[in-house]
Design a protein around this ligand. Sequence first.
Ligand code: PEP
Ligand code: MG
Length: 577
Amino acid sequence: MTITISGTGISRGIAIGRAQRLDDGELEIYEAAVPRELIEDEVARFRRAVRTARQQLKAIRNSIPENTSADITDFIDTHLLMMEDSMLTAAPVELIRHKQYSAEWALKVQRDELARVFDEMDDPYLRTRKDDIDHVVTRIQRILIGEKTATHGDHDDTLHGAIILAHDLTPAETVLLQHQGIAGFVTESGGPLSHTAILARSLGLPAIVGTHTTSHQVRDGETVILDGGRGLLLADIDARTLKEYRRQQREQKKRQTELKRLRNEPAVTADNVPVNLLANVELLEDIRIARLSGADGIGLYRTEFIFMNRDDVPDEEEQLEHYLSLIRTMKGLPVTIRTLDLGADKDCIAADKRSCSNPALGLRAIRLCLSQPELFRPQLRAILRASARGPVQMMIPMLSSASELDQVLAMVEETRRQLSEDGLPFDRNMPVGGMIEVPAAALSAGLFARKLDFLSIGTNDLIQYALAIDRVDDSVTYLYDPLHPGVLKLVRMVIEAGHRHMTPVAMCGEMAGDVRYTRLLLAMGLRQFSVPPTALLEVKDTIRRSHTDTYAKLVKRILDSDDPEQIHATLDALNEL
Ligand code: PEP
Ligand code: MG
């Protein structure tokens, strides 16, 4: 009988292939003592394992194609540096020598000690470093116990077409596995906003995370089905299920081919309402896919990705290079560069290092930038300088109050003045817009619409804050609901405020890229959608099949209702028109 394992689908698509387990879930390491006379042999064994781990990582580094984002290579470099740090090399040797621990146990004791220190600090930045330590320690431990690691760095043909099952995958491993031709992956841990999840989406790899357990239900080598859209892994499948999924897979492929034909068609509804269909990007790969999918421009460039996974802060010149490369790739189409949205789950060396119990409500995004002008100013300068070379607009994340907005606008004006003094060119009319993602900002959207050149609704955070659900906490994911009457009212208020003040309103949260909501949003008056590049053609197709002039009655029923069942049923009816 078919076994169904569910998790969080983080990247859509159906993959059918043989299951290939890369590791055995979490490693179980037991305490073991080494006889005194064999201690130096044990030290040598430990050092050999560290050397091998380093060679593997270097091989991975060398085999990553040149056009891969710097995020990935920086990530591997960080792991390589950690393998040279005494906390992971000298400290375990001390434990082997003085406590007669086996190499595996010494490494585990040292790892637990480091983890305890990080946990006590309760510091979001260091917490991500803790994950890095785990990745590095696990790699060394697997070598010590002679187990196959997720990626050796050698090309492994046996992985071609496989569906990878792993406890966890690093972004570096994900890129490498994709180059080895895997069909998809399933991890027991991980959330939808991890780096690995973001990569899976941008690489178009069907994937599920957070299944908690797969190890005892799936046999290595058996044919399994991964349904990334529904977040399901099916094992022990019968012929009928397999036939049905093969049919769905063929349908999906056919659909992809059909959609590609829309690449150069305009995003205009069947009743001739033009829509601006833009792309959200964070990596170089996305920018290329956005261009290839026929995006009208970039509606959200998440610049914090330039700052993550590295030990320094990119200076004005380096940032300028990134922005110019974005402008060049988009060949004259408008690009919206969002200023840093660091903090909460997105950490970098410059993020707030104080301990705080609610990082999503703390010093993040524009709050962090205003509190650290030395971090913000070079970015303002780089974005303004980029505006001299192409159609750039600047977007400010997480605005919540009028005084905050005034401070930002004053800093932008001061930067303009300094650039003029320095004789550096910039576009004086570069639009400055803001994200509406805090409920209070949505409720007072007029205030922002009056002073800004455009607004963009960030539904990921708007929903997180409106429904009080931490977007990175798996246990409350089930409460995420863009159709919640409270959320719809907030979205409507922003769109209406934009119309009142003649300020364009876009939406760049995930809701904009989900075709279930396209018609509803069009009927609510939204004319700019910024979506993940992989969703772009599907949204365009839905726009082109929409008749906005016939939706008014059903949409009024949705917006007037506070009955979830009625809202869902009416939306279904709207989508079937
Ligand atoms: C959002 O919050 O909807 C958004 C687009 O920004 P991010 O996902 O980067 O927080
Ligand atoms: Mg946001």
